[in-house]
Design a protein around this ligand. Structure first.
Ligand code: SAH
Length: 458
């Protein structure tokens, strides 16, 4: 969650799912933060990042916002994600899985429900994009472990797509208690491998293309908002000695009045991006487009159509209506996106209408629905009651209620956060009737898609 102020007070408590009251555990703030650096220890990459960007601009001219964002966030040496553990109260922002265990548990149920809805395939890959501190995967795997009877002999494996080797270390600590091996060569497609504390094989990749094919449930939580966007503005322009309405790209340049500072400029001529990425029927004056997100969606759609499975994408978003959502966050406060590049998170709201368009007809798309509706449909109220019943400590009870409110309250994360899913078409169609001795046997209706309708697991 990229938000300002109030979230700093959130600490994640873990209440065992069906514990006797005495086994309720809470993590102290110090323990929760054990993997993050204090501000004093944080590396100060901004000078080197600013130097890198200004020499690039001097050499080739203004750079697109997408290139700026890519460099600042994922440059292999000085990138924000590569250098920092930015999540949690000590970092720059906090996310739903870091706020409450219930979030990950309900997503774990969602994964199992989709695996069941697909006819319980014998191999099941859980693939997560940008797993942050590994909290979401950890909560999901705890659910898998508790419901291992339902999974039977299914071969479950875990695959994490993570650009930051620093964060992969944090994830490995959370998921394998650091029992993972790093590849000898930096450029290996699988750069880290191990076994989770629940006994499942786990691997780390930098790209989706390197993840093995097969039935998979893909999760992306606050991942697409970190992908680079291009920004465009619609203007009346003089072009080829004519006045016309045209799209021009917003770029990042050195401020001529202050050479140590960056500024936005609008380039006078069309760019490849401004001619290729704007839809013909676009009515907004300012538009942000995330082509990298579109490409990942297309790859996911093809995989889901060919191998089976589903993708669940959760993020800040809109339906193609917002115009200017590019923001910086540092220490839980808004931060000028061009100031001290590399020291703050950069993000832009996800345009779900664009993702749907890029998915095309290859898969069935549902949503987006609000986080509040999704979690309510998944049974968050019942889950909260169970945890409260099993918890004797009044302060933990209060935290459970507070984090529930943060996740579901429309004024907090309940409405602004959206869930979108892509499914194999077979998942929603009733199978052909089976022929049996007594005549035709009606095939059962497909399971409803949990979260997008009420959870109906029998
Ligand atoms: N999903 C987590 C973390 C969100 S922060 C949560 O909700 O708590 C974004 C995550 O995506 C980080 O783990 C970051 O390192 C990763 N990331 C950002 N850009 C990436 C890219 N291009 N490829 C792979 N991982 C990326």
């Amino acid at each position: 969650m990229r938000t300002v102020g109030a979230l700093q007070r959130f600490s994640r408590v873990l209440v065992c799912p069906c514990p006797p009251p005495s086994s309720v555990r809470s993590w102290s703030m110090a323990q929760i933060r054990s993997c993050s650096r204090s501000s004093a220890e944080k590396p100060m990459p901004r000078n080197s990042m600013l130097r890198h960007l200004t020499s690039k601009i001097k050499a080739t001219g203004p750079i697109s916002v997408a290139e700026y964002m890519r460099e600042v966030l994922t440059n292999p040496v000085t990138g924000y994600y590569v250098q920092n553990d930015m999540l949690g109260p000590d970092g720059d922002f906090i996310t739903s899985p870091e706020i409450s265990q219930i979030f990950g548990e309900l997503l774990g149920i969602w994964c199992l429900s989709e695996w069941m809805g697909a006819g319980k395939p014998s191999h099941f890959q859980l693939v997560e994009f940008g797993p942050g501190r590994g909290s979401l995967a950890n909560d999901i795997l705890r659910v898998f472990s508790q419901l291992r009877g339902a999974l039977g002999g299914t071969a479950v494996s875990v695959h994490l797509v993570e650009v930051s080797s620093k964060l992969s270390q944090v994830q490995a600590q959370a998921l394998t208690r650091d029992q993972s091996q790093v590849s000898a060569r930096e450029d290996e497609p699988v750069y880290r491998q191990g076994t989770t504390t629940t006994g499942l094989p786990i691997s780390w990749y930098r790209n989706l293309d390197d993840v093995p094919r097969g039935f998979s449930i893909y999760l992306a939580h606050e991942f697409f908002d970190a992908l680079p966007i291009h920004k465009f503005q619609s203007l009346i322009v003089m072009w080829a000695q004519r006045t016309e309405k045209g799209w021009r790209e917003v770029m990042v340049d050195i401020d001529p009045d202050e050479p140590g500072k960056l500024r936005f400029v609008i380039v006078p001529a069309p760019t490849l991006a401004s001619t290729q990425l704007i839809q013909a029927d676009e009515v907004r004056r300012l538009v942000e487009v995330c082509p990298e997100g579109g490409i990942i969606i297309q790859h996911l759609a093809n995989r889901i159509a060919e191998d089976g499975g589903a993708a669940l994408i959760a993020d800040y978003g809109h339906g193609g209506t917002k115009t200017d959502t590019f923001r910086g966050f540092k220490d839980h406060k808004l931060h000028d996106v061009l100031a001290s590049p590399g020291s703050a998170d950069l993000t832009a709201d996800v345009d779900f209408s664009y993702l749907r368009k890029m998915a095309g007809a290859t898969v069935a798309c549902m949503g987006p629905v609000s986080q509040r509706d999704f979690l309510k449909n998944m049974g968050i109220d019942t889950r909260l009651q169970v945890l409260l019943r099993n918890c004797a400590d009044p302060s933990i009870k209060a935290q459970l209620i507070q984090s529930y409110d943060m996740l579901t309250n429309p004024q907090k994360m309940g409405e602004r956060f959206q869930f979108f899913t892509m499914l194999n078409h077979r998942r929603l169609t009733r199978p052909e009737p089976e022929q049996s001795e007594g005549g035709e046997k009606k095939a059962p209706a497909p399971l409803p898609v949990a979260g997008f309708s009420e959870l109906g697991l029998s």
